[in-house]
Write a protein that binds this ligand. Structure first.
Ligand code: NAD
Length: 397
């Protein structure tokens, strides 16, 4: 009894502690548990399981419309009562606007209810009931999605073109999220050459130590695109825009310089680089682009009008770019509170509010959480997705 009261209290007192990522019966090194599959719950009685449910797949795609509501109640109720610590739950739906919206509302709410147990609940969409969902299952039913909670992601019905070029460029890759993404891209099957672009004032030793080529460059300078093209001199198969800054002030106190700096680094430089690369044929056919946006760009945030405008603009730009280039897959990732030098400088009270009060998972995310989403989007059949990596943070969609 004392432990039941003390543990949540202690969790509240430790700002942004690290999330325990493993479902309760998984050991480090074990990758997967077979999912508990909910597909015939209309008539069987609701029961308490003897064993906790660690991994659950709720496939609603073949459920008749008139049965959907009862099926959702029965499966969600079973999960809520029996899910173990750090459980992974994935609902699947087709894109039917009515049915998928019902499931979405349930998923977004359940993800918030179960977050305190370290559980994640997400929704995967497919075009038809028989369209492939294996990439969604691989990601959302494993530890790779430890900090992705309450999200809706669609796997395309057909295999997207893959680039032949094995070159990937990561901006802002000297440290933090960018460095972890560069590492993940190198580990994956698609890229063997990684170019890290970062500001000349950065310390490139970690990136060089991992065997990446480095390009010291301020991404906002007018000739940034041509310098990158000259340094690489071959079409690229991947581009991750992770360079970014904050310059927080409420709008009343914000200088034009803070506004401009933020928009220049986080948005205008990206629009320029993408446009130049496209015009110059520097993107290989099937090239994968990921823009690192932010939950602030999705939901807005006090003191971040400039940052939110830039990140929201980036999400819009990715949509526009996809519309103009059918052979390129542009996705965005919107991190919430991730432990890096960018967030280390925030006052403890902001960290406490963001993680303990605003985030159902009650913890900071790690750079690897963002990198895992990038690798799912780049290696799988995803196009035009915007995935938050925020532990199910309460603000925005
Ligand atoms: P970070 O400050 O550790 O890394 C950002 C990198 O971008 C640095 O290496 C920096 O030198 C580089 N950079 C900045 N301006 C540049 C320029 N003009 N030219 C070239 N490189 C430049 O930050 P991070 O937390 O790793 O952030 C990575 C990305 O994720 C950013 O776009 C950031 O906005 C976004 N993000 C981070 C969080 C978080 O909680 N950390 C949340 C949401 C979004």
């Amino acid at each position: 009894m004392q432990r039941r009261i003390l543990t949540p209290l202690l969790e509240l007192l430790i700002p942004g502690n690290k999330l325990n990522r493993l479902p309760s019966s998984l050991n480090p090194g074990q990758a997967h548990l077979p999912p508990h599959i909910f597909d015939a719950l209309m008539t069987s009685p609701l029961t308490h399981s003897a064993e906790p449910i660690n991994v659950a797949l709720v496939d609603t795609r073949n459920i008749q419309s008139q049965d959907l509501s009862l099926f959702l109640y029965r499966s969600a109720s079973q999960i809520a009562q029996n899910v173990g610590r750090n459980g992974r739950v994935l609902f699947l739906s087709t894109e039917d606007p009515l049915e998928s919206s019902i499931v979405e509302g349930l998923v977004r709410s359940l993800s918030k209810e179960l977050g305190a147990k370290g559980c994640t609940v997400n929704l995967g969409l497919t075009a038809t009931p028989s369209s492939p969902s294996s990439q969604l299952q691989d990601f959302f039913l494993s530890n790779k999605s430890a900090y992705v909670n309450g999200q809706v992601v669609k796997q395309q019905p057909t295999t997207l073109v893959k680039p032949e070029s094995d070159i990937c460029v990561v901006t802002g890759g000297a440290r933090g999220i960018g460095l972890e993404i560069a590492r993940k891209m190198k580990e994956g099957p698609m890229y063997s050459k990684i170019y890290v672009v970062d500001h000349p004032s950065s310390d490139f030793s970690a990136a060089s130590g991992l065997g990446f080529e480095t390009i010291a460059l301020d991404i906002t300078t007018p000739d940034a695109s041509s310098k990158i093209m000259t340094a690489i001199d071959a079409p690229i198969g991947g581009l991750i825009h992770s360079a970014g800054i904050t310059a927080d002030k409420t709008m009343k106190r914000m200088s034009l310089k803070s506004w401009r700096d933020c928009l220049d680094v986080n948005l205008h430089s990206i629009v320029k680089v993408d446009g130049t690369f496209q015009n110059e044929g520097f993107f290989d056919k099937g090239c994968k682009i990921v823009g690192i946006a932010s939950t602030s760009g999705v939901a807005g945030n006090v003191g971040q009008c400039n940052y939110a405008a830039s990140k929201s603009g980036l999400i819009g730009w990715s949509e526009k770019f996809n519309g103009l280039n059918e052979n390129i897959s542009y996705n965005t990732v919107a991190p919430g509170f991730i432990q890096t030098k960018m967030t280390d400088k925030l006052p403890p009270i902001v960290t406490f509010m963001a993680t303990k009060i605003m985030t159902p998972l009650k913890a900071k995310g790690q750079c690897e959480d963002v990198a895992e989403v990038c690798s799912m989007l780049v290696e799988g059949d995803f196009r035009g997705e915007r995935v938050r990596v925020c532990g199910g943070m309460l603000i925005g969609k």
